[in-house]
Design a protein around this ligand. Sequence first.
Ligand SMILES: C[S@@+](CC[C@H](N)C(=O)[O-])C[C@H]1O[C@@H](n2cnc3c(N)ncnc32)[C@H](O)[C@@H]1O
Length: 293
Amino acid sequence: MTDIRAALKQGISQLREARVPSFTLAAELLLLHVLGRDRTWIYSHPEEKVSPADAARYFALLARRASGEPTQHLTGKQEFWGLEFEVTPDVLIPRPETEHLIEVALDRLAVREIRAGRKQTLTGEGLQIADIGTGSGCIAVALAKELPAATIHATDISPAALSVASRNATRHSLESRIHFVERNLLEGVPNHFDLIVSNPPYVGRREKETLEREVRDHEPELALYGGEEGYEFYAELITLSAAYLKPGGLLVLELGHNSLPAVQPLLDASAWTNVGVTNDLAGIPRVIAAERL
Ligand SMILES: C[S@@+](CC[C@H](N)C(=O)[O-])C[C@H]1O[C@@H](n2cnc3c(N)ncnc32)[C@H](O)[C@@H]1O
């Protein structure tokens, strides 16, 4: 019977040979998942035996990871904004870059409150928020957690993604404040909003072959591709948002790595003001925000 140290060592070397990115972390996460333990526990019990049944499950998962399946599809979860989300192959795996979108949205709302002379803690009282293309629901859930009095309308064109998103809202006891609807963008949604956020599909189809196999072969095409170039989705999103935002309402969008030059001119001075761009930790312009006139 193998022990934890040996199982981990073997997993790391198998994934390294298969050129899996972050192979040590992937082997750890798969072992933690099989054993139902946390990281501290496995490193403080290196000599603990792994049962033959657990070892067999672990080696089966390692083989699937080595052949390209994302770790999150094997464990069924991903952390985002300090919260755990269910993920399946029907939704985009939440990315750390998207946390910048949450930060920018919260900062912009706080500035709005200060400008209006309201200095109380930001609860989101009375705020109507829309999350377009909600996927796993990670943005809607994170905003609902941070703004405990806000109401959120989250749309997606994929019914399968919406099922995952509603389970994530329930998992975090937020189902009464997030309304999930199957829609193209925001079409037919009866509300006007104080804040619209979106992490739209923004990869160019022409970039398909340059994507990692984990992304290209396993994440939903609907969530990835914005068109041949990638930025095509933004024009309709911005036009529609202008119609659906209240005067002074905020739009906060995630950007693809090369979307800024195509997107910034769409936020023209006839409809928008206070346009700002935020870089991610790699220095890539990642979030664009603007205020509706
Ligand atoms: C890049 S993913 C973002 C998912 C999630 N918001 C996140 O940040 O992880 C884009 C999402 O937009 C959805 N989508 C694509 N086209 C759409 C459309 N026309 N209307 C609404 N949602 C759409 C996809 O199904 C996918 O869930």
